[in-house]
Design a protein around this ligand. Structure first.
Ligand code: ASP
Ligand code: MG
Length: 603
């Protein structure tokens, strides 16, 4: 007998017939001897309809009253589903978030869960009742018992939080798609269902997976090691398992607010190769990394920032013992770049052995601006200069001087409260089994790129830029600091580029332009006509050639790469938005992810 938490989304409970079908499914699971807690969303498009109603009355309704309003949607579903279960002869009881004791911060419309009381749930479960709980809502911990909501799509998060608190055997998310697909099937019809994905991959694919599964739900599952499965409520197909590695023990108190960062890593065994002033046309990165991969050289970070005129810089890191080989490849390639018709400036290769990589990682950084800024600030206060920056959804990596590495590690672990003795285990404790180098491909069309030219190359610049953005609540996605150094009025400078949500772009440009008057950088420009294309796979670690294959697929379609940024399990390229879908199709195909199984989406 198992304790199972099931969650049914809005479409799955969108009508009386569908609620009855769900009740039948629940009854079956209960009759097999399982204890069940069921979390539900509001019926169909109820939440959208309520939002519309509010907007007809107020142009900017208060967040408190919005929570009061929106939380009613789920309350309808819990009552109806309990009745449907009772009609089938299955004992059941409905409870709101407050009745369960899903305690959250007092932040209306985006509350994070602090704790879930389990006493009342356990009492009902012990009586053999199915407990039907309203998703998406909680109650503030203050004496006022304010109703809060978790943010749109938050019922998934309610379900996993309940499962973790009850130490359930598994959490099942029933939805209107058969599981997680290798890419967006509306853009690429050959997208296939994945049978399994790791929680870390799922988080890196946030822009692909977020519609299917709330990233905060994945974060809780990962942090507490809760087995999670996403499956269709219309069929009996097994769906997609989201697997987590064995977590470090962690308190259930402060569930969603403790520890945005749970790892600090350093890697001293790194050397940098940079190709400067290489021509900016399709195929250059493919050519370079193709040769590198032919020699089985595994590259770690790859960074290409915004181009300057019609030339580009690409930098990458390798382990020290491969530096000679990597440098030779870069040297061998640069004459052909110099003699190409597009070449204007002299290409040059530089190498540096005295570098190290420091990185912070943690699922809690998603949607929480300011974590990267905090890291930059710590380094700046210690007068440690950052040479390169590369970020992904759940990781920020900085290249610094090797001699400052220990100091950086010490300060960062102190700031983020990381016990370094437990870190070794995390690294040793990788996922079991084999994982494909590329599991899925995501295209994000909702991002804009902002470029700041000629940022003085001294400690503290990145910290002040990204702290300011965080203060204004702007989440920054990929941050890339270029390799090239311009000397302006005898001050060495570098360019920094990053991406933000398109809706934040104008505001971000404006506040940086204001800051600029104080710190004296060059131009600030925004470009909304970009797309970010990412490939993600836990198996790409120690598997040379993935980047080369990615870039080659783009080159074959004559698609120019504007920026590149990487983490251990992800490679992202910024490209022109008009080429996004073409690029997505080509890359999905190049990694053999397409198939002929028609995956039906929608019920
Ligand atoms: N009903 C809420 C929404 O539509 C929560 C959910 O369904 O997850 O955002
Ligand atoms: Mg949802």
């Amino acid at each position: 007998m198992a304790l199972v938490v099931q969650k049914y989304g809005g479409t799955s409970v969108g009508s009386v017939e569908r609620i009855q079908a769900v009740a039948n499914r629940i009854r079956k699971t209960a009759q097999q001897g399982n204890s069940l807690v069921v979390v539900v969303s509001a019926m169909g498009k109820t939440t959208d309809t309520l939002v519309k109603l509010a907007n007809e009355i107020a142009s900017n309704p208060s967040r408190r009253e919005m929570d009061m309003l929106l939380s009613t949607g789920e309350q309808v579903t819990i009552a109806l589903l309990s009745m449907a279960l009772q009609e089938l002869g299955q004992p059941a009881i409905s409870l709101t978030g407050a009745q369960v004791g899903i305690v959250t911060e007092a932040e209306h419309s985006r509350a994070r869960i602090l704790q879930v009381c389990t006493d009342r749930l356990e009492r009902h479960l012990n009586k053999g009742e199915v407990v039907v709980v309203a998703g998406f809502q909680g109650v503030s911990s203050t004496e006022d018992f304010e109703i809060t909501t978790l943010g749109r799509g938050g019922s998934d998060t309610s379900a996993v939080a309940l499962a973790a608190s009850l130490k359930a055997d598994r959490c099942e998310i029933y939805t209107d798609v058969p599981g997680i697909l290798t890419t967006d099937p509306r853009l690429v019809p050959s997208a296939q269902l994945m049978s399994e994905i790791t929680a870390d991959e799922m988080l890196e694919l946030a822009s692909l997976g977020a519609k299917v599964l709330h990233p905060r739900a994945v974060e809780i599952a990962r942090n507490y090691g809760m087995p999670l499965v996403v499956l269709s409520s219309w069929s009996d197909c097994p769906g997609t398992k989201v697997v987590s590695r064995l977590p470090q023990p962690r308190s259930l108190q402060g569930m969603e607010i403790a520890k945005a960062v749970d790892g600090v890593e350093i890697d001293r065994d790194q050397a940098k190769v940079a190709l400067l002033r290489i021509p900016d046309f399709p195929g250059v990165a493919a050519n370079l990394f193709g040769e590198i991969s032919n020699q089985s050289i595994d590259v770690d970070l790859i960074i290409q920032s915004i181009h300057d005129g019609n030339s580009n810089d690409i930098a990458f890191t390798v382990v020290n013992k491969l530096l000679k080989q990597a440098e030779a490849v870069a040297e061998a390639i640069s004459p052909s770049l110099r003699s190409s018709p597009q070449a204007t400036a002299e290409a040059e290769v530089i190498v540096d052995r005295q570098i190290a990589k420091v990185a912070i990682s943690g699922a809690g950084m998603i949607g929480r601006p300011g974590i990267a800024a905090k890291m930059f600030k710590v380094l700046a206060d210690a007068e440690i200069n950052i040479q390169m920056i590369s970020t992904s959804e759940v990781k920020v990596s900085c290249v610094i001087n090797e001699s400052e590495c220990d100091r950086a590690l010490h300060l960062l672990s102190q700031t983020f409260d990381i016990d370094l003795s437990s870190q070794k285990e995390i690294i040793a404790n990788q996922y079991d089994g084999e994982h494909p180098p590329v599991r899925g491909v995501a295209l994000d069309n909702d991002q804009a790129r902002i470029a700041i030219r000629h940022v003085p190359d001294k400690p503290g610049m990145a910290a002040s830029i990204f702290s300011l953005l965080a203060q204004k609540n702007i989440s920054v996605d990929a941050i890339i600091q270029s390799q090239r150094c311009h000397v302006i009025d005898r001050v060495p400078t570098r360019d920094i580029a990053f991406t933000v949500a398109q809706t934040d772009a104008d505001f971000a440009c404006k506040i940086i332009a204001e800051l600029n008057e104080k710190i004296g950088c060059g131009d600030v420009s925004g470009d909304k006509a970009i797309a970010k294309l990412s490939v993600v796979g836990a198996g790409m670690i120690g598997h040379p050639g993935v980047a080369a294959q990615f870039f080659a697929a783009l080159a074959q379609e004559q698609i120019n790469i504007q920026m590149i940024t990487t983490s251990e399990i992800k490679i992202s390229c910024v490209i022109d938005q008009t080429e996004g879908v073409k690029a997505l199709k080509a890359v999905h195909e190049a990694f053999g992810l397409g198939g002929t199984n028609q995956v039906t989406v929608g019920g």
